[in-house]
Ligand binder design. Structure first.
Ligand code: SF4
Length: 338
């Protein structure tokens, strides 16, 4: 029988907060900003107008600051974080979150990095993008800065099932995602995080377990989990109104999330357990996705009640071509170089 690893405090999983703490020696906060207003889907390059779930703000956390200059966005979002966390928040990662942040020129990306690094409390960058928007020039740029700043690339993978990707109108395949992950791994020092969605039509618990097994073979460091929720002004809202899509209730989503986490090896950090609808006026369904901490606590409590923990059913792979200790090698390299 496996022994439950000692995760950070009471959590039954390896949280991204714990990962960052190991990395930076203290808590680090992400500042979500917008540096792009476009993506291949919205541009019509994929034969569709948008992913099925995406709102007009490109899934941005803060829409009110979206049009400000980057430096102003950073200051505004930092002030939200400081008012919520107090003066204890001292290190920040700038998260290029909305739309597809690499769907722009490298010249512009460089200018954003330069603009963001004026304060010495910025310790790195998280770049949100799609599997089909990663050119060699992006890796060159990251490598140029990565001896001074931490970098992580967050990929919208969403699913490893091509039928589900088609339903979501993503315009890329699971193979594209795996190739992109390998490309990042081979071409840069950036950490890799992936976003996955559960609660897709026809999805079963064994699909979710299969996703955990796929992740366990990949050279990534973290996963962000979302339930597929319905927002206004999205194609999914139309399906919902016609009765052609029903989002999962919290209990059913919790079963999926627990199935995934218990099959995911403990070395992978988990960013988030479910989606959060920060703008309540935009949320169509389900209502439980309004309350970040309530849903989080429900999943954690249920996992504890079942005496479950991350990696409980994970099979240590000896077929993966990646060295599992490598994450920490990278991390030490980063600490020494700053
Ligand atoms: S989720 Fe990303 S790729 Fe899809 S429409 Fe929104 S911004 Fe574009």
């Amino acid at each position: 029988m496996k022994i439950r690893p000692k995760f950070n405090g009471v959590l039954p999983y390896h949280s991204i907060g714990e990962y960052y703490k190991t990395h930076f020696g203290e808590k680090v906060y992400k500042l979500s900003v917008t540096v792009s207003d476009d993506c291949p889907n919205r541009r019509g390059l994929k034969g569709m107008k948008t992913c099925i779930f995406c709102d007009p703000w490109g899934s941005a956390a803060y829409t009110k600051t979206q049009k400000l200059k980057l430096e102003e966005q950073i200051e505004e979002v930092k002030s939200y974080v400081l008012s919520a966390q107090g003066k204890g928040a001292k290190k920040f990662l700038v998260y290029f979150q909305a739309y597809t942040s690499t769907f722009t020129s490298v010249k512009k990306l460089r200018a954003y990095i330069e603009a963001a690094t004026i304060g010495n409390d910025i310790v790195g960058f998280v770049i949100g993008t799609r599997p089909d928007c990663l050119s060699p020039a992006v890796f060159d740029l990251i490598n140029e800065y990565s001896n001074r700043y931490y970098f992580s690339i967050e990929l919208g993978v969403q699913s490893f099932d091509d039928n589900q990707l088609e339903f979501m109108r993503r315009g890329h395949t699971a193979k594209d995602s795996i190739e992109a992950i390998n490309k990042i791994y081979q071409s840069s020092n950036a950490d890799i995080g992936i976003h996955l969605m559960f609660g897709l039509p026809g999805e079963t618990e064994s699909d979710v377990i299969k996703a955990a097994e796929t992740v366990s073979q990949l050279p990534i460091q973290n996963v962000k989990l979302h339930n597929l929720h319905v927002l206004t002004n999205t194609p999914l809202a139309d399906l919902y109104k016609k009765g052609e899509f029903t989002p999962l209730d919290l209990e059913s989503y919790t079963d999926r999330a627990i199935a995934f986490i218990t099959h995911l090896p403990e070395k992978f950090a988990i960013q988030r357990l479910s989606a959060v609808a920060t703008r309540w006026d935009e949320l169509v369904a389900p209502a439980w996705t309004r309350h970040k901490m309530k849903a989080h606590q429900f999943i954690v409590d249920e996992m504890n009640r079942r005496e479950g923990y991350q990696g409980m059913y994970a099979v240590e792979s000896n077929t993966s071509k990646y060295n599992s200790g490598e994450r920490y090698d990278r991390l030490e390299r980063f600490q020494y170089s700053r």
